[in-house]
Design a protein around this ligand. Sequence first.
Ligand SMILES: Cc1cc2nc3c(=O)[nH]c(=O)nc-3n(C[C@H](O)[C@H](O)[C@H](O)COP(=O)(O)OP(=O)(O)OC[C@H]3O[C@@H](n4cnc5c(N)ncnc54)[C@H](O)[C@@H]3O)c2cc1C
Length: 472
Amino acid sequence: MKSLMWFRNDLRMDDNPALREACKSSDEVHAIYIYSQNQNKKHNEANCKTEFFIENLKVLESKLSNINIPLNIIHSEGFKDNSEVISNYVKNNSLNKVFWNNQFGIDESERDLSVQNYLKGKNIEFENFDEQVVFAPGTILTGEGKPYSVFTPFKRRWIENFNLDLLDIEFEYTKKNDTKIKSNLNEFDFQFKKNNQVDMSLWPAGEVEALSRLKTYLDKNIFRYAQDRNDPIVDGTSRLSAYLASGIISPKRCILEALKINNFELDAGEKGIVKWIDEIVWREFYKNIMYSFPRVSKGQPFQNYTKNIEWRFDEKEFTAWKEGKTGFPIIDSAMKQMLSEGWMHNRLRMVVAMFFTKNMLHDWRLGEAFFMQNLVDGDFASNNGGWQWSSSTGTDAAPYFRIFNPLTQSKNFDSDGLFIKKHIKELENIDKKEIHDPSSNIRESQNYPKQILDLKQSRLRAIDAFNKAKNN
Ligand SMILES: Cc1cc2nc3c(=O)[nH]c(=O)nc-3n(C[C@H](O)[C@H](O)[C@H](O)COP(=O)(O)OP(=O)(O)OC[C@H]3O[C@@H](n4cnc5c(N)ncnc54)[C@H](O)[C@@H]3O)c2cc1C
């Protein structure tokens, strides 16, 4: 049999069920990736994420060529033309079957449905698999058959349903027959213009890098995860999110390797490991929310009443936030981290998003989009989930009256101000006692901006706006 592997958000060979099954069942395997700048733009994909993705395609192409699978990149205007692109490729190369791994976004699901119908109409066989999650979205349900909207019971059910057979992912690839086709990747014009300031050396491409990052993390830092995960200056988290978001590593691989060093226990043993696996399950939880509650993909809040909130908009404040010039060092250093690294520490994502939606009382959708446009790990479900949690519009959301005070967060999680100093050059020589909230003299002498708002008043304004929305 001759098959086509359609790569989408799964740029790896390890634990890639569609590729594995294509290889198992076929003598000859071709691979394609359908590239669309329009689609990337529509989904707010960050320039740094596209750059990362293209580099990963290059690494994948070279790995696949070792087993005689040519990877061809095909230009597309958007999801609408995918059915034709695939069926043309199949026809032109006399292939028998198409394989792919599922994606769960609303646009992706619609595209896949239309591709399936099209292929059926043309009598082209296809088979699809799940690899972005341990349990396919929509399959972890309450006793009444409903989707969960709170994490803890979801996790409980996730653990009840779990068994180690789900992690049976090892597979040795062998060479396929030569297709006599050469990959077009080196000649393909991605029409990519770099316009990000991200230090991409932080994100080397390829699954070998992802697996080695995982190994290094599991060898050491994971054991301190429970203590260190909230401290932005400590390298306490895995920084695997970019690799998970683009499918360079699979969540099953992450969980399997973590379980191997925890006697295969999911909820007992090393605290750090248990907590870390929890986060991978959070990722899966948000994919379930996106899948089971389509409104969140249509710009709607999860909590209906929050539709009534009267968000403010102030261009100057919005720009100050985006550029890291709010006058709140912890907020500004976090935003500068995102602009220079394409990544922001999880604690700071929460602090910054809460500041934006509560103190600034700006619409969470604006912040959500700005994050997507700048994160190398941009992932619709996790980003939407994180923003809706922080703005108290989402599932499991922080109660609206519990608003982080950025100065307290700064003192608690960056007590010596080392993170602030790293990202705000103007404050690098300021004493740790002053750094969280520098005096007017320091601000003036160091050319560091005044605060754009008053914390106390803005907090009350937010609570008032939520109260009004609730009683509307
Ligand atoms: C406002 C906001 C926006 C966010 N946007 C994104 C995003 O676009 N993409 C993204 O991958 N994560 C997002 N997160 C979740 C989290 O901040 C990142 O996954 C995490 O910081 C990535 O760093 P790490 O790989 O070192 O994580 P680790 O702490 O090492 O965790 C391991 C993995 O678990 C997953 N994970 C960790 N925390 C969360 C979480 N809270 N929710 C869902 N999955 C999680 C990630 O895949 C991560 O790589 C967002 C959180 C908030 C509050």
